[in-house]
Design a binder for this molecule. Structure first.
Ligand SMILES: O=C(O)CC1=NCN=C1
Ligand SMILES: [Zn+2]
Length: 426
């Protein structure tokens, strides 16, 4: 309970509260965004005291002093956006792959030639912790400027204990010093490193017997993820790694059926992963297996856009069959070099066929549940963390409709203004 209001955001034209049931939203629930006209949000000690119609909020806080008021000038407000799938910490960039792609060389061919992920691995192994920190901080600043207030960050460009720990330490330091909160995922099983080429089962053993225990001991990751894809890790290898990780207390995620339908979606259902990612090639039985186990489907439309895939994740089918869907940038230097969740909003609508309401659900409350934060962020309701965004727009549909620009005006993180007039403050 509060004895004063630290900040009252008022005169909100459209307030998307995402208030509703506990748990990820599925089916028609993804369209129910609990939007309020003429809204307000009252904040104290970084938490939400009240969010809803301004007259109700003002009545609820009457008698309390209000330290600061912020006029939203009749504009749109949503919960802080959540990016549940990024490869944030890395060195180098892969713009040279654009030319190869235009010549028709595929993502997996580039990887098989020792490029792709492995070229980022070489750059990341050679980078110092400070260099990785500086580069990731700049990207995290951009994510914040585009409206993200909580971001998941995977390792997976070290591919040996020393460098995987280096990446995870950078993410931990960012979480401690940057306004955006980071949720860390260990992804030593992102690719088979050159020194284990042709000996992937030995690398899998190194992950299970050495890396996972050490990451756990140092408390450097909450989740473990595996790139289950042709030429990388088989379903059997992914099962071995994720079962061991689950046993040790990690939450488990899987890059599943991105390019080839190996059956990663089925495995996600079998193991009870919190989420499965990509899913462009997931079969109906794979999606059914996920649904039975309550796995969240994380769709990455910027990746399928960038890979010039002639298909995209079947988000409409997933929503209609009752699978909870989340969206993410998949920010990484190869398959999705973008920090903009707003660009993902547009692709969610135009390439995945999702409505603006389904898209905002997918990058707030559902994305929060995909990284185990559904009880803290992802909606604007009493008791939850005061993470919210004010846009230079009067309604939700305008965000995906008008693409290629940044609509964010103000971002509030834990009750503090951290972006104002589209610029970082504080
Ligand atoms: O290409 C990369 O660096 C990231 C990626 N991992 C699996 N798909 C894309
Ligand atoms: Zn990824």
């Amino acid at each position: 309970q509060a004895n004063q209001i630290d900040l009252l955001v008022y005169h909100i034209g459209q307030l998307v509260t995402m208030q509703g049931k506990k748990g990820p939203r599925k089916g028609h629930e993804m369209s129910e965004i609990s939007m309020v006209e003429n809204g307000a949000v009252a904040i104290a000690n970084g938490r939400i005291i009240a969010a809803g119609e301004e007259k109700d909020v003002r009545r609820k806080i009457s008698g309390l002093s209000v330290r600061e008021e912020l006029n939203a000038q009749g504009r749109l407000v949503t919960p802080g956006l959540i990016d549940p799938h990024t490869h944030l910490v890395h060195a180098g960039s892969r713009e040279h792959e654009l030319e190869l792609k235009l010549k028709g060389v595929s993502y997996l061919e580039i990887l098989a030639m020792g490029g792709g992920i492995l070229s980022t691995v070489r750059a990341t192994r050679n980078a110092t912790e400070d260099e990785l920190y500086e580069k990731a901080r700049k990207s995290l600043d951009l994510m914040l400027l585009f409206g993200a207030t909580t971001v998941e960050a995977k390792s997976g460009y070290g591919l040996n204990l020393e460098n995987e720990l280096k990446q995870l330490r950078v993410a931990k330091r960012l979480n401690e010093h940057h306004p955006v909160e980071i949720v860390s995922t260990f992804m030593g099983a992102h690719a088979v490193p050159p020194e284990y080429k042709g000996r992937s089962s030995e690398y899998v053993d190194l992950i299970v017997e050495e890396m996972l225990p050490e990451v756990k001991r140092q408390g450097l990751a909450e989740f473990c993820d595996v790139f289950c894809e042709q030429g990388e890790f088989t379903v059997q290898e992914a099962r071995k790694i994720l079962s061991a990780a689950k046993e040790m207390g990690f939450g488990i995620k899987i890059h599943a059926d991105e390019i080839e339908p190996l059956g990663g979606a089925q495995l996600a259902g079998e193991l009870g992963c919190i989420s499965a990612e990509h899913l462009l090639a997931a079969t109906d039985e794979g999606l059914d297996a996920m649904k039975r186990a309550g796995v969240i489907a994380v769709c990455l439309p910027a990746t399928s856009f960038n890979l010039r895939a002639n298909n995209h994740a079947r988000a409409r089918k997933m929503i209609e069959m009752g699978l909870p869907v989340a969206l993410s940038t998949d920010y990484n230097p190869g398959s999705s070099p973008t920090e903009s969740l707003q660009f993902v909003m547009t692709l969610g609508c135009l390439n995945l066929g999702m409505t603006p309401e389904e898209v905002i659900t997918a990058m707030t409350i559902n994305a929060a549940y995909a990284i185990g934060r559904g009880d803290v962020v992802g909606s604007l309701e009493t008791g939850k963390q005061a993470d919210l965004v004010i846009y230079n727009a009067s309604n939700l549909a305008y965000l995906p409709y008008h693409f290629g620009i940044n609509h964010v005006d103000t971002v509030i993180k834990k009750g503090k203004v951290v972006v104002s007039e589209g610029k970082l403050v504080g």
